[in-house]
Design a binder for this molecule. Structure first.
Ligand code: 5RP
Length: 230
């Protein structure tokens, strides 16, 4: 029975792992929801419900969690096609467009998702929005050298830019970059904004995942919804 947000996260992840089959290459997402999928797959490998899974982690933190369960890990060099990836999100709109990256792993997450046949999002009900940008900022991963020009450029696009700080210091991603969180308070044209952000030199990647998710598994007090992209 679910009583709190943590339970909804776990229930969504445990439902999503039902789409994983023995022999698959699996992308392991990052964050407090996706970690439940990593743990569930780890348990299923241990008790024999799954066999011959090989995983591609989307962050160093996720790799460490997978190693706790002795899940074999690989890279996109050895396994360029991922059968299924299970990851979290910070916003999910009705077309399954997403904002991701509040956990700081958006770059590797997007690379893995882009290489994936079936990209499944797991979430509690709070992440569903009618319009992107109304609940979460758009994280933009930036080369440190380009901090100032990219900040000015993102402000010119209408964003309120806040450089991400963790434990009192600039947050540094697994790839050695910084993150600029851009608050837009509602994004009317996500595809246009994504394109505008991408053209600026120094921007490595942004946290809008558009047209990529094929399924969202969302747990709420009324049950688990499976939302497919039309
Ligand atoms: C990390 C992410 C996460 O999937 C996203 O931030 C959701 O995290 P959580 O499940 O902890 O709310 O994109 O880069």
């Amino acid at each position: 029975m679910a009583s709190g947000i943590e339970d909804f996260k776990r229930l969504a992840a445990e439902r999503a792992v039902e789409f994983v089959e023995s022999g698959m290459v699996v992308g392991f997402g990052t964050g407090s929801t996706a970690v439940h999928a990593t743990r569930a797959i780890g348990r299923m490998l241990r008790d024999g419900r799954l066999k011959d899974i090989i995983g591609i982690p989307t962050s160093e933190a996720t790799a460490a969690e997978a190693r706790k369960f002795d899940i074999p890990l690989t890279t996109l060099d050895s396994h360029p096609v991922v059968d299924v990836t299970i990851d979290g999100a910070d916003e999910i709109d009705p077309a399954l467009n997403l904002i991701k990256g509040l956990g700081g792993a958006l770059l590797r997450e997007k690379i893995v998702a882009w290489s994936t046949k079936r990209f499944i999002i797991v979430s509690d009900y709070r992440k569903r929005v009618t319009q992107l940008g109304t609940r979460a900022p758009v994280p933009v991963e930036v080369i440190p050298f380009a901090r100032s020009p990219v900040t000015r450029y993102l402000e010119s696009l209408g964003g309120r830019v806040v450089e991400r700080v963790r434990d009192g210091a600039t947050f540094i991603t697994d790839e050695g970059n910084i993150i600029l969180d851009c608050h837009f308070e509602g994004i009317d044209d996500p595809f246009g904004l994504a394109q505008s952000i991408s053209v600026q030199p120094g921007v490595v990647e942004h946290g809008m995942f558009l047209g990529m998710a094929s399924l969202a598994v969302v747990a709420s007090p009324t049950g688990i919804d499976l939302l497919s992209r039309a």
